[in-house]
Design a protein around this ligand. Structure first.
Ligand SMILES: [Fe+2]
Length: 304
């Protein structure tokens, strides 16, 4: 029987992965062991603290469902999601900035005609969104797929509502850009919202005296042939939480001035029923390839 001291133990565990056939998997596992062991040594982790961590992760997993992803939320509030985003998008000169996918990309993005009011059944202030998808030189990209989703004016996504199962999606849709790279739709002005605080991640945020708020935004996932998929948000200028987003997702380039308008006619020539807001944004796509993230609930586990 072999026994190890603290330092030898780390080397033994790292060495135990030496025969992993996939070199990248081997590297990731061995670096993970190194970092975890360093953490335990550095903090002199107690049994009680180790147990609390196991309990927290267990509850995080148990909170996940087909339409709720507590682990993505955990990654988001620890800044891991934005760090993964950063190390994978180091060279985006001229292209629209990226940000977190978030835990509410749950599918049901049906192709929808331009101009549709995607929040028709919701109360809230009316907003018209007009956008264009181009390459880095400003050449319009026709036929690009654009998934959009956002919270309602009480700060909830449709998938957080009990009615989601029976009534289906709201405030989420898919648009296909026209020959000029444009798409447009109607919706309501989203508001800043707290991440869910009824699960272990939100509870941890409250217990550590962080606030749980995200500044108001609309999510966009743009996919155009010959270009890297773009996962981003457009934030609304003036929001109180732009400087302290709980998931660290704000970038200056992604903040849009959303103006209140009283024009009787909206940009697509249809009459307005009262005051409305106008969001305008142009997405610049980086040439390349890549696979767009799949909605939660559609991910099929790898065969083992
Ligand atoms: Fe969001």
């Amino acid at each position: 029987m072999t026994q190890f001291n603290e330092a030898e133990l780390t080397d033994a565990v790292i060495g135990s992965f030496d025969q992993t056939p996939d070199a990248r998997a081997r590297f990731l596992l061995q670096e993970l062991v190194k970092s975890l062991h360093d953490y335990v040594r550095k903090t002199n982790l107690t049994f009680e603290e180790w147990g609390a961590a196991i309990d927290f992760l267990t509850r995080t997993g148990q909170t996940c469902t087909a339409s709720r992803q507590e682990f993505i939320l955990l990654s988001d509030v620890l800044g891991v999601s934005m760090l993964v985003d950063a190390v994978n998008h180091r060279d985006r000169a001229g292209a629209t900035e990226t940000t977190v996918l978030g835990p509410f990309y749950v599918g049901e993005h049906r192709v929808t005609p331009h101009g549709t009011d995607i929040s028709a059944s919701l109360k809230g202030e009316k907003m018209f969104v007009q956008a264009r998808v181009t390459d880095l030189a400003g050449v319009p990209l026709a036929g690009a797929t654009v998934d959009v989703w956002h919270a309602d004016d009480e700060g909830f996504y449709d998938s957080q509502r009990p009615s989601y199962e029976s009534e289906g999606p709201s405030s989420r849709a898919r648009f296909i850009t026209n020959s000029d790279g444009r798409f447009f739709f109607r919706t309501i002005l989203p508001c800043s919202y707290p991440i869910p605080t009824d699960g272990p991640v939100g509870q941890m945020i409250l217990q550590t005296k962080r606030h749980p708020m995200r500044p108001a935004h609309v999510h966009f996932l743009v996919a155009a042939e010959g270009h890297e998929p773009l996962v981003t948000h457009v934030f609304i200028a003036g929001d109180d939480y732009l400087d302290s987003d709980v998931v660290f997702g704000v970038k200056d380039d992604l903040i849009a001035q959303v103006e209140q308008r009283s024009d009787p006619v909206m940009p697509d020539g249809k009459l307005a029923s009262g005051p409305w807001y106008l969001m305008t944004y142009d997405f610049r796509m980086k040439p390349g390839a890549g696979v767009a993230p799949r909605p939660l609930g559609t991910i099929v586990p790898e065969p083992v």
